[in-house]
Design a protein. Structure first.
Ligand code: ZN
Length: 233
């Protein structure tokens, strides 16, 4: 338990790909991978849903199937345990850029999926949203459904944006984990947290350029070492 956790009333944690690295999501890239980098980039753009819908949805469906076999990492579990131990008057929000659902699988309750989720799929004809069973990619209204994940070229969901801004506005401890602070949204998030004079901490594999100007504290290492240690201090 963060020793001075009681002094924080509104903790916001931003997580990126680095927190899920050790969960072992299979790689889709490179020689022997299922898709080339070029394919991945092209198919992950929203326009592919018009031009190559089958191939694009095949890709997302196979990623979703791969995620089904993953278990949360020690870092995911440490965040869930920390949240469970907080006093009732403290707010704890995880804003995640990941679409893998591993925070929820670890037991975290207040998770804002900033880039949506691969778990849920939506019909673009009638807006029905389902959590499809394993098997073939789901269809609805005579068309392949799409994942409720934010693709390149798409906006952040309004609800997610509102939740994130609201949490950051009153934030007194902001911790970014496994994400590059130079890329949005982390860069804006840390600035917003500083408007409220929050303590800001980066836990990341490396200190990217400018990290020590942006964050008041920077610790480098794997998420599985840093996160349990930080939230237990
Ligand atoms: Zn439909």
């Amino acid at each position: 338990m963060l020793r001075d956790a009681g002094t924080y009333k509104n903790i916001v944690v931003l997580t990126g790909a680095g927190i899920s690295a050790s969960a072992g999501l299979p790689t889709y890239r490179g020689p022997g991978g299922l898709w080339s980098d070029r394919d991945l980039a092209a198919l992950s753009h929203t326009s592919a849903l018009q031009t190559r819908r089958r191939r694009a949805t095949d890709l997302f469906w196979s990623m979703r199937s791969a995620l089904a076999g993953l278990v949360p990492t020690p870092a995911h579990r440490a965040l869930a345990a920390f949240e469970a131990g907080l006093p009732p008057d403290a707010r704890f929000t995880i804003i995640t850029q990941n679409v893998d659902g591993l925070h929820q699988a670890a037991g975290s309750r207040n998770v804002c999926e900033y880039h949506g989720s691969l778990a849920r799929w939506r019909c673009e004809e009638c807006d029905a949203v389902i959590d499809p069973p394993p098997g073939d990619p789901p269809e609805h209204c005579g068309e392949r459904m799409r994942p409720c994940a934010v693709l390149f070229g798409e906006m952040i969901p309004v609800d997610a944006e509102r939740t994130a801004k609201h949490a950051l506005r009153d934030c007194d401890l902001f911790v970014a984990i496994g994400t590059s602070g130079t890329v949005e949204p982390a860069a804006s998030f840390v600035s917003w947290a500083h408007y409220n004079n929050a303590r800001s901490v980066l836990l990341n594999l490396e200190a990217f350029e400018g990290a020590r100007q942006q964050f008041r504290e920077v610790r480098t290492g794997s998420a599985d070492e840093l996160v349990p240690a930080f939230f237990r201090e």
